[in-house]
Design a protein around this ligand. Structure first.
Ligand code: WTA
Length: 654
């Protein structure tokens, strides 16, 4: 037994081979897979260079493939030049200009379709409008929109003129929005009057006003999309309606041809310390990863209707809504609303009505819908579906099997895709015609990705009983380039642990006899609540911003739908409340955190204590708190605790 590794406990014996008919028609056959893997092993740079040349449309071809001179700030295709929106839009106009690019359905049921030609025109008009407002290459634009086609239009319009977008999830609070605007130094914000979610109005413009009030001096203009129709205040000189901004703008716009390394976007994500990190991606490498993985992992082809349910506020909505499938020329579905509105059949009804062939969602959504039983999906015609996918957290075998049986009708392969905001595109996933699947495993890295599991000393773990750190041993094109404004943090977070040799994902994993990867969870203080990343520190900072809170420690505990629920241990300034007073304050604090960070960060449990369990050196013993939150026996030695009696109180026994 190696005490530098973790013991793995999940053993899932079932194996599902792709159907012969699927394999026969797949873009990547088992032989292709072997050939690609061998090519990548033989000539790593040559492999990526070939794919980059064949996959993307370059305005100026590159001659340099990988530049490691500033490692770990790796750069790819450095002397090549291209434009992302040209690669997603213009390249399709001759052959499929009239083809539907986006099918949009609103929560109340309005359906809108945009062809590639119409989408291109909308992108160009907004791109021209942005330029008319003085926005140019390298300027940051924050996008705070609901899940509507205009969100994709806004992203693509930025890409068209070389502006750098930073999408902020519409569920985030004004305060989160403000932090992100400030960190990015954005000159312009694109928002909407409001969005709709589960029958409720989300007041995006009001939140934007709150975010900008007395701060964010870099913001000069706010473009407001009329969507929900709610009343909003428009600030003269600063705010303008999308329709006015784009009125009279031409339907074509010369693309800004940028260097491959030109930043395409920033996307803020949670880490283990307080401030969210602005993950920065580069145009060429990101686009290559997005398009290639869309084609390989989802087996995307011209006839497909692809629905990735992720919001554009998350990386999945960047790679597999706004860029990858459009670069591949597919038809995508976008839905603004909740999966259970008006009932738990909504997803399946959308699949049926729009003829969805490929459906990609998160395990948390599958678990939530599974709770409503098998009868609901059985009422829908899902015969067009041919492939299913999951992302965001490990999928438990029970949910996998339900998805396979009741949605895929035992006919569709399931691609469990492991990746991160930082990786830009999927890294480990089955190529569906080539790799047999096992419920709960993301299977093997795609050819060209050198993933491994290593122990505390960086040695590869080969013994199947043990897990360790998931690392990537070679740079890859769609990797993050840096953390915006904090390159030292980039190096510290992702490279320091193993002396710059490996990219450290922050996840733990183990491999089985077949070399399949099984992701076990996070190795750091990052929580995964409904598939969304939250840092414990961020939630803790939100708590202590409340005037009554002195100190807090936040941990995760397993939750059958959300994957993980937030449990907060709170020490107040003053008396510890009990009974009804405790309940009332707990409710107030939950709302407070929801307001500070956004509803997804609301803790499930708030427990009050006189103190937190600390070592004599003052370190909070999080492992112990995790055991308390889970209601587990405390097996560890608590004799080093400063205040051992606190355990009983935390467990609610004193
Ligand atoms: C987790 C989402 C297991 C993992 C694309 C990772 C997964 C984090 C999977 C990144 C999967 C994502 N199986 N775990 N298929 N996909 N994760 O940045 O912990 O929101 O580090 O990107 O999600 O979350 P992020």
């Amino acid at each position: 037994m190696n005490d530098k590794s973790l013991e793995s406990i999940l053993h899932e014996p079932r194996v599902f081979n792709p159907a012969a008919a699927f394999t026969a028609a797949a873009r990547i056959s088992p032989a292709d897979y072997e050939r690609l893997a061998a090519e990548a092993a033989r000539d790593y740079e040559g492999y990526w260079a070939r794919l980059a040349r064949e996959t993307l449309d370059w305005q100026r071809p590159f001659t340099t493939v990988l530049d490691s001179s500033q490692a770990p700030n790796y750069r790819w295709f450095t002397d090549g030049r291209l434009n992302a929106s040209v690669n997603c839009l213009d390249v399709h106009l001759a052959e499929r200009g009239g083809k539907t690019a986006i099918v949009f359905e609103s929560e109340p049921g309005e359906v809108r379709r945009l062809s590639y030609r119409e989408l291109t025109a909308a992108v160009c008009r907004l791109a021209n409008a942005l330029q008319a407002q003085g926005i140019g290459a390298g300027d940051r634009v924050v996008i705070y929109l609901p899940m509507v086609p205009e969100a994709v239009v806004a992203m693509q319009a930025c890409a068209r003129i070389g502006a750098v977008h930073s999408v902020v999830f519409g569920g985030f609070s004004a305060k989160s929005l403000r932090e992100r605007i400030e960190d990015a130094g954005a000159r312009l914000v694109i928002t909407a009057d409001g969005g709709r979610r589960a029958g409720r109005l989300v007041e995006l413009k009001a939140a934007t006003d709150e975010a900008l009030a007395g701060s964010c001096p870099t913001v000069e203009k706010v473009i407001v999309l009329r969507h929900a129709g709610n009343a909003v205040a428009m600030q003269a000189g600063r705010d303008l309606w999308w329709s006015d901004a784009t009125a009279g703008q031409p339907e074509s716009c010369a693309p800004a041809v940028v260097d491959a390394e030109h930043p395409l976007f920033l996307l803020y994500t949670s880490g283990s310390t307080g401030r969210p990190k602005g993950i920065q991606h580069a145009t060429g490498g990101f686009l290559l990863g997005a398009k290639l993985t869309s084609q390989w992992i989802f087996d995307l082809r011209d006839s497909d209707v692809f629905w990735c349910t992720a919001d554009v506020g998350w990386v999945t909505g960047h790679t597999y809504v706004a860029y990858g499938p459009l670069a591949a020329g597919a038809t995508i579905v976008m839905y603004e609303g909740a999966p259970v509105h008006p009932d738990a059949g909504r997803f399946w009804s959308i699949c049926e009505r729009h003829g969805v062939t490929i459906f990609y969602t998160a395990p948390t959504a599958i678990r939530a819908l599974m709770k409503f039983g098998d009868v609901i999906p059985a009422q829908y015609d899902l015969s067009k579906l041919r492939l299913l996918g999951t992302v965001g957290e490990p999928i438990n075998p029970e949910a996998w099997i339900w998805y396979h049986k009741h949605i895929g009708r035992e006919r569709c392969p399931i691609v469990d895709t492991w990746w991160q905001t930082e990786t830009g595109a999927t890294m480990i996933a089955p190529l569906p015609g080539a790799i047999a699947t096992k419920p709960g495993s993301c299977t093997r890295p795609i050819p060209g990705i050198d993933a491994a599991v290593v122990d505390e000393d960086g040695r590869e773990i080969t013994d199947v009983e043990h897990g360790g750190y998931l690392v990537i041993r070679k740079p890859w094109p769609s990797m993050l380039r840096t953390i915006w404004g904090d390159n030292a943090r980039y190096i510290r977070t992702y490279w320091e642990k193993f002396g710059g040799r490996y990219y450290v994902a922050g996840d733990t994993a183990h491999r089985d006899d077949d070399g399949y990867f099984w992701v076990m969870g996070r190795a750091d203080d990052v929580l995964k609540v409904s598939g969304h990343r939250l840092g414990t520190m961020e939630v803790e900072s939100a708590f202590v911003a409340h005037p009554r809170v002195a100190e807090t420690a936040v941990v995760g505990r397993p939750h059958d739908v959300k994957g993980e629920a937030i449990c907060a241990f709170v020490v107040l300034k003053g008396e510890r409340p009990t009974g009804a007073a405790a309940e009332q304050l707990a409710g107030e604090l939950r709302d407070w955190v929801g307001h500070e960070l956004g509803a997804i960060a609301k803790p499930d449990d708030v427990r009050f204590a006189d103190n937190l369990p600390k070592t004599r050196s003052g370190k909070i013993m999080r492992r112990l708190l995790r055991a308390v939150a889970r209601g587990e026996e405390i097996t560890e030695d608590v004799s080093t605790l400063e205040n051992p009696a606190i355990i009983e109180q935390l467990r609610g026994k004193a």
